[in-house]
Design a protein around this ligand. Structure first.
Ligand code: UDP
Ligand code: MG
Length: 321
């Protein structure tokens, strides 16, 4: 399938405390947008939509300034910091009725903006979702590279379908977003959710660069948090693992019981008593672990039933007609 019309593009850019890097990268996004429009790949009324994720520095002032000077720039601001995933979601939901396609990208210049052209071409060739996949990690530290690789492995093993080495640089059509809007869950992990929406998809590959300025907001702690959120929001495999573990432990207990009985009848009661106590402790440990994991899911159910808004926009620079 190929498409006839020139699509209107919204580039969605989450920003949290990015006053150092935004003045550097904003013009790069604009140049890319105008180049694509000049080449007839996207329509001239395409936009760059910054989503300020409740920054505490002057990021919002910079966005307002940019929007005042250049009509291609727009901004929305979340009422407080809600995290990267929610910021991207806010931008996508804002854009979905005003465009044909969106591309979400970080504002720090790490993701190669030149991949956008290929993404739009893939859309024109019929894909509704185009995943940006980094094909190198040379610029990351060994630690970041190691934890990131583990991260994808863990997610897949835990039953979360996601594209390897794809973060949140992706093209999504408005059509997909209309369906995606019906995913009402509060705990969101976008890169694991878009594969669930379906529609034809493909990947484009790019080289990931260093951050142009400022610092990463994803230390190990947040990455682990994201992994836990992703797994518990999208998969019940951990519960299955616990069930499996339960079987193994029961089997071991049976063998232990036979051993204890033999010890008892041969008169070694003191030794038997000790092993029994050890088994009790072990079983208690497993039960605690199981309760913990089940509790995690109950916690999620609890949060979902609250039906809290996933984002609240407190300000915007302008409304497009
Ligand atoms: N970000 C956000 N809210 C947050 C943390 C980060 O909107 O609470 C944005 C940030 O401004 C950046 C993107 O998410 O555009 C990715 O963050 P970062 O570059 O710090 O992560 P890394 O690339 O190191 O994984
Ligand atoms: Mg980054």
């Amino acid at each position: 399938m190929s498409r006839g019309i020139i699509p209107r593009l919204f580039i969605i850019i989450p920003c949290y405390n990015e006053e150092k890097v935004l003045p550097l990268t904003a013009p790069l996004f604009l140049t890319k947008l105008t180049d694509l429009a000049a080449a007839g790949k996207i329509s001239g009324d395409s936009r760059i939509l910054f989503v300020d994720d409740g920054s505490k520095d002057s990021t919002w002032e910079i966005i307002k300034q940019l929007a005042a000077e250049e009509p291609h720039y727009q901004g929305i601001r979340q009422s407080r910091n809600r995290g990267h995933q929610n910021a991207v979601l806010a931008g996508l939901m804002e854009a979905k009725d005003r465009c044909d396609i969106t591309i979400s990208i970080d504002c720090d210049g790490q993701d190669d903006i030149n991949a956008m052209e290929e993404m739009v071409e893939a859309y024109m060739a019929g894909s509704e979702i185009v995943y940006g996949v980094r094909n190198n990690r040379d610029t990351d530290s060994f630690f970041k590279r190691f934890t990131a690789t583990r991260f994808y492995k863990l997610m897949n093993r835990m039953g979360v379908e996601s594209v390897y080495n794809h973060a949140d640089y992706r093209l999504v059509s408005a059509r997909v977003l209309q369906s995606f809007a019906d995913f009402k869950e509060v705990n969101i992990y976008l890169r694991g959710m878009f594969p669930l929406v379906g529609f034809p998809s493909t990947s484009v590959y790019y080289k990931r660069e260093e951050r142009l300025a400022g610092e990463s907001h994803y230390p190990l702690k947040k990455m682990l948090g994201l992994a836990v959120d992703g797994i518990t929001s999208l998969s019940i495999r951990p519960i299955r693992l616990i069930t499996g573990l339960g079987f193994v432990v029961s089997l071991l207990s049976l063998i232990g019981l036979i051993w204890i009985l033999i010890s008892h009848f041969t008169g070694h009661t003191v030794a038997g008593w000790a092993s029994l106590a050890a088994i009790v402790c072990f079983a208690t440990g497993i039960q605690m672990l199981s309760l913990g994991i089940i509790g995690e899911y109950i916690g999620k159910i609890y949060m979902e039933t609250k039906g809290r808004p996933r984002y609240i926009i407190s300000e915007r620079t302008e409304e497009d007609p």
